[in-house]
Each structure stands twice: as structure tokens, then as C-alpha cells.
Design a protein around this ligand. Sequence first.
Ligand code: SIN
Length: 554
Amino acid sequence: MVRSQPFDVAIIGGGIAGLSVALRLPEHMRVVVFTKGQFGESNTRYAQGGLAVALGADDSPALHFQDTIAAGAGLCDEAAVRILVEQAPEAVRWLIQLGVQFDRANPGSEGHATPDGLLLGREGAHSRWRVLHAGGDATGAEIERALMAALRARSSITLYEKTFVERLLLRDGRCIGVEALDCEGQRFTLQARATVLANGGAGGLWLHTSNPAGATADGTALAWQAGAAVTDLEFMQFHPTVLVAHNETHLISEAVRGEGAYLRNHAGERFMPRYSAQAELAPRDVVARAILSEMQAEQTDHQYLDLRHLPAEKMHARFPTISALCRQHGLDLAKDLLPIEPAAHYCMGGVLVDTAGRTTVPALYAVGEVACTGVHGANRLASNSLLEGLVYGVRIADELAAGWNGTARAALTHTATLITYDDALEADSIPFACVDEQTLRCTRQELRQLMWRSVSLSRDQEGLLTAQQQARALRAQLAHAHVEDEAQPRLVETLNMLLVAELVIAAALERRESRGSHWRQDYQGTNVDLAGHRFVFLSPHAARCAQKEVAVHA
Ligand code: SIN
């Protein structure tokens, strides 16, 4: 069923990236926003640490640029980073105008602040205090609250909640809208002159993650199936400090280490100075691997975060969300050693886009974690993710508002190897079967376990090949499955996870070196020839078009 007249812009995703696009577009444009869950419940909502922007008196976009490039381990796209850091202050002012209330210094209070009183936090690999935060450690929740309030006040924007976008519609190779499933499992299509993917990352593919359950790589799968190029999927960031308690995992912000917390092993040693001169504030990939190395040496499954030497009252006030979370698990943030481990957190790669957010499919855009602008390189600098969603969301909206003709597409401007990945399954390996929710749950669990086992912080060819085979076998079991209408979104979500897992593994196999978050046991060094070099994956159909249409500049 086709619903309504064509929209100007369809946006998939209700986090900072999608909502920035929606709110920045002029009111006369017909805009629709989809979320598969409830509005207000995106991954953005769970961001704690904050949003990086060079607003301090001792700071500048040039320093923010330097830190981003250094953390990115030789893979950042410099032009994209320059845009990010230079456009950040103005984009943040727009966010504040929309109603976001970042924490401010009280007269006479301690703390680092901008000249106009916004408090600044510190996180790993930042050379300055530069991170705006809200509600102490509830930055994402405040941003989501304010953006949703602004969105609901705009009667011109249509919202579809609990609506799962199953497929992108194409005509003559161009994206013309979406096919979606509503909460009763009923299918409908909706046309749009431009479609924007803003539906987040892939943390849910791993057993242990800081992400909410909805991070199932849907956007990457949608784009891939529409023929868009994807890149850098081998770079999954593992956040160093995720609280492990009662079989649950919860993020503990890097800002806690920014305030001076230590990491300790079971012998009580503060071990980070042995691994990096930046100690606990080294880039995330370095800290996460150091923790893994301590766990392996001790044969333990966690290490500890220690705030006991810091002023208790101040820590509870600065981190109210984390303090409450610890209390729920019988821990006192300021008095107890907190058991932590690294867990899947953020996908640096995704759908390949240019600095205007265009994918390689005309009229299809991508922004935020689902997209790969190249700003994060091989290891994202802390608190650059909310910023990227904001800055690039604004850029996409400004381009769409400026009367674009809808035919432009991304071209690669860096060195790259184009790889055709054939995801087709052998027809006789696919059974027709009716499956239920329990089967889907088991498949997802199996996938998460195998990704955790073989595609985590330390990888090698043998493990990756086994994981690839297993992920493909799991996908074959479901490719022709039938489910009840209401379970259809869960089935498609599960297939999305399996498909993207295969792409991640293929990318990890291709990069035969260790760089940033991608650590190969069998290729431990960094290969200088691969600095700034991307592996770009295309489906066979898209690869045929790419021969003619994707320009690759050496
Ligand atoms: C954190 O607060 O540590 C997470 C923020 C981020 O991933 O940048």
C-alpha cells in the first residue's frame, strides 16, 4: 500500500543525527521521521560523557583537529575532520538555541569552563578540557529530550514510531523512498525525494556491548541491499570501561577517568602507566587493549576502575547516573572498586559518504554512526560521535534545503581498494521453515557469541574464517523463514545483523595489519602502505555500476 503524497525527505532514525536533519530543514518541506522503537529511546539517549567542541579559552579547532587525527591512527579523512571541528562551535550554538541545557558553572564554583560559563569535561586523548555535558553524565538524555520537544512542536513533521523500515525503494538506481512495517506487521511504502539513513550502529552484534538492544546495523544492511558502498567496517571501537555486574553490561563514561579515576588489576596495581605515557587517558584502543592484556595475564574476566582517591561527594554529584547504576548493583562509586571490561561500543565504519553526507546511491544520504565520513579513522576520539551526528546532520539538511537536484552521489577521494563481496547464499542451502521468536533469539545469541569470541579486540585469520562460515550458515537458516506478522521486524533485524556481521568479518580479513581498534594477532604491526587506505565493499550489482560511476582517485 502506498501511503500519502511523496515527502521531500524521509529520515530513518530518531537520535541526534536524524533529529538534527529534521529540525534544520525548512518548515515548508514535507518531512517524515521513522523510528523502529519509541522516539526518545535512541542510542543518543544513553550517551554519558558528552559532546566535544573547542570552546575553551585555551582551545581551538586546530587543536581539536590534531587530537582527532592522532587518535584516528593514520586513517582519518582530514577534510572531513576539518569540517567537523571548524563547524562544531556554530552547530553547538544552534543546539543550545533549540533548548539543550548543557551544564554551567555556578558563580565561584571550581571546574573548567568556557568564557561564557559552559562546563567542560576531559576525556581520553584530548589535549584540552573540551567536552560539554549535561545533567553531569546524562548528556545524551538531555539532547534527546530537547530535540524531541522541538520536533513535537513542529506540526509539519510526520512521525512514525514503532515502524520498521525493511527496504529502500529504488528506481533507475536512485532511492525514491522506503518500504516499512508498522507495529502490526503491515507493510506500506512511502515515497520521498531524498532518504536519510540515521539509524545508528552495530554494537548489538557483539555479546558484550554498551549499546541498547536496538543497535542491530539496520542502516548498513539497508544501504548495502540498495547497492551503496560500505567501508571501514573492520573498525569497531571497544569502550574500555563497561561495568560488569549480574550478567549485565553498562557504560561507565570515559569522563570518569577524565576526572582522575585509575585502572587497577587484581593485584591492585595501577597498570596503565606501563602501557602509555597518557596512562588512563590514552586513546580508547590503547586502553582497551591494555585491559585485555591484563585480563589475559591474570586469566580474569574483568579489571577495576578506582575512584576511591577522589572526593566522594564531588564524584556522586558529577556522575549521578553512574552513581545510581552502581548503587543498583550494590556498589558505591566512590568507595568500591568497580569491575569493568571493554565492550563493543561504536562502529567507526559504515555506509560510505562524502562531506555532504551523500552515499554512492543517488538521493540516499547517511549520517551519524551508520555513516562513514572518515572523521573517526581507525579509532574515534571520545565525544566526537554526538558532534558528528550534529555537524553532518546540519550539512545534509542545508544541502537538501538549497534545492539539490538529487542526482549527486559520493565519489571516493582517498586511496582505496574496491572489493566485490558476493553475499548471495547457495539456493539449496536455504530451508523453507516457520520460525518463532525463540529461534530468532537463539540465532542472535549465537551470532553475538561468535562475534565476541572471534571478531573482538584480538583477531586472527583462522578465527575470522570460522566466524565467517558460521555467520553465513546462520543466515542461510533464516533467509527463507516464515514468521507471524508481528515477528516480521525481528526476523528482518536478525537477518540484518547476520549480513552486516559477514561484512565486518570480510573487512577484518582484508586488513592484514593492526591499526587503531583493529588488532590482528597474525599481523601485529602497522603497515605504512595502508595508512589512509580504505577497503570499500560493494555488492556485485553495485560493483558493476562502480566500474563506470565510482571515481577512485589514487
Ligand atoms: C563515554 O562517555 O565514555 C562515551 C562517550 C563516547 O563514546 O564518546
